[in-house]
Ligand binder design. Structure first.
Ligand SMILES: [Zn+2]
Ligand SMILES: [Zn+2]
Length: 86
């Protein structure tokens, strides 16, 4: 039975994807969906997973959506008016 590389009294639950040592639940930290030990986490200089911010600012996306809807409505209204004109 594999034990944690850092805690000889704890059972290992996974392997660090960077240095491949067996780590326990307390030592395991998920970064980008993969396990990392304390040492590698420190080496990476990254914090644990956090919700990724959208590439597009929500306000800009809403404005773009509104503008597009307005444009479609304008074009549609113009096309209907044109087709029914004598
Ligand atoms: Zn590691
Ligand atoms: Zn441990």
């Amino acid at each position: 039975m594999a034990v944690c590389h850092y805690h000889q009294d704890r059972p290992g639950i996974g392997i660090c994807m960077r240095c491949r040592v067996v780590i326990c639940a307390a030592c395991s930290t998920r970064v980008d969906g993969v396990n990392h030990c304390h040492a590698c986490l420190k080496a990476l200089g990254q914090r644990p997973e956090k919700p990724r911010a959208g590439q597009f600012p929500p306000a800009l996306a809403a404005a773009f959506c509104l503008a597009l809807t307005g444009l479609i409505f304008f074009v549609f209204a113009f096309a209907v008016q044109g087709s029914f004109a004598p």
